[in-house]
Structures are given as C-alpha cells and as structure tokens.
Design a binder for this molecule. Structure first.
Ligand code: ADP
Ligand code: MG
Length: 238
C-alpha cells in the first residue's frame, strides 16, 4: 500500500515560489489527476515527487519512507514524461529492459517483467523494432512500459498523451484505465485537459499558480466548484 503524503511543500526557483505551502494526501491505489492551466506548477510538483527538483520547504513521504531528500532511484516511483525520450538505437525490447539492467535484475526476472509489460501495452509484435519505426502512440506505450517494468508502487505521468492525436488519446486513455485496474498502483497524472481529468481520475486536484484550489471527485469538482477559478477552468467553456 503506497500513499504519498505531502506536507507544507514549497518549491522556489530563485525568488519565484512556484509551489506554496502545499498539502496533499494521495491515497494508496488511487488515480489522482493534477489539473490546471499551463505554468501553474504541475510538472514542478511531479518532478519534485520524483526527486528531480530540490525541495525549498516541507516534506514528502512515499509509503513509510521520508523521501524529502531521497535519491530519485530510491523512491520507488516510475515517471513518464510528455516527450517520450526513448533510446533511438535500442529496440523496443532493449528500451523496456534498460531500467531493469540498470537495477541489476536477474535475467529470468527481467524477461518475465518485460514480457508482462509488453503484454499489457500490446507491444509484443513490436519488440524488435526501433523507436524510429514506431508511431507516436506506440512510442508512448513503450515509454509507459519502461516506467512500469520496475513495478513501482507509484507511477507519475506528465501529460503523457498531449503529443498524440485525438483518436489515439481516447484509445490510450482507455488503456491507462485498464492498466491501473490491473496494476492497482498509485497514479499521479498531470494534465491541462479537463476531459482527460474527468474520465481518468478517482480524484481531481485543481491547481492555480502553485496553490490547490479544490480536491474532489470529478463529479464534485464539476458540479460544486469551490470558486470561480475552478468553475472557469473545469466547467463549460462558456
Ligand atoms: P505546468 O507544468 O503546470 O505547466 P511548470 O511546473 O512547468 O508548470 O512551471 C511552473 C512555473 O515554474 C513556471 O512559471 C515556470 O517558468 C517555472 N519553472 C519551472 N521549472 C523551472 C526551472 N527549472 N527554473 C526556473 N523556473 C522554472
Ligand atoms: Mg507541465
């Protein structure tokens, strides 16, 4: 069971306080969506949970661990970035296996995990191809696969579908939901797309300029917005 507990978190770049005294309790196994306009601090928050940004104040607990200052590789989180950043000279299989090689996973276990990820993401027929021979949607599936092979209890996804066309977005959204049901892990998913948030989330966190405006189920946030910022962002565009 892995809960992510963030207390009084501040993140500054120089004098710019991007995240201000943020408290957030991500429940074990939920699909939490961070929703807000571009520049509100969603990626910064996600990177900080992953350990890619230093913390200016406050704490982050991941499961039982105080991860506030832990190395990224020691946090038990997997991360999927907006641009997939696959290794172009490796096959799909090698891309999937790479994080496990780095972690010195024994070969039999490595094979098992790569096969499981390939199966879940329908990558079986593509294992010998290189990223240049894949479509955008297939590449993003490999990126997601690379994040799940380590069987991290917490998966962080930063606008993973935003570079894809509408049809692929709908397909992959459905796959992500199924994946979450199968893995049962804790998902923290960043988007600026309201529809994506509504269809994927167990709970939505609406952010504005580094401050949480409201946390609730999609229905709560949509039907009972707490303030005009939430209403303006989540409600109809009218
Ligand atoms: P979002 O993901 O919601 O679009 P970001 O977290 O990327 O927003 O950015 C939030 C704010 O933090 C922006 O004003 C951005 O310019 C600033 N910012 C992000 N990363 C850095 C950095 N490494 N150095 C300085 N400013 C940054
Ligand atoms: Mg971002």
């Amino acid at each position: 069971m892995t809960r992510v507990h963030i207390q009084d978190l501040s993140i500054r770049f120089g004098h710019h306080e991007v995240i201000q005294h943020l408290d957030l309790d991500v429940h074990s196994g939920e699909f939490l969506v961070l929703l807000g306009p571009s520049g509100c601090g969603k990626s910064t928050l996600l990177h900080t949970i992953a350990g890619l940004n230093p913390v200016s104040g406050g704490s982050i607990h991941i499961g039982e661990q105080d991860a506030t200052h832990a190395e990224p590789s020691q946090r038990g989180v997997g991360m999927v970035f907006q641009s997939y950043a696959l290794y172009p000279n490796m096959t799909v299989r090698e891309n999937l296996a790479f994080p496990l090689k780095m972690a010195k996973t024994p070969p039999a276990e490595l094979d098992r995990r790569v096969a499981a990820a390939a199966d879940m993401l329908q990558l079986g027929p593509l294992l010998q191809r290189r990223p240049g021979q894949l479509s955008g949607g297939q590449r993003q599936r490999v990126a997601i696969g690379r994040a799940i092979v380590r069987e991290a209890k917490v998966l962080l996804l930063d606008e993973p579908l935003s570079n894809l066309d509408a049809k692929l977005r709908t397909d992959l959204r459905r796959e992500l939901k199924t994946l979450h049901q199968r893995l049962g892990n804790t998902m923290i998913y960043v988007t600026h797309d309201q529809v994506e948030a509504m269809t994927l989330a167990t709970r939505i966190v609406v952010m504005h300029q580094g401050v949480i405006q409201q946390i609730g189920t999609p229905a709560e946030v949509y039907d009972r917005p707490k303030n005009l910022r939430v209403a303006g962002f989540v409600g109809s565009p009218a």
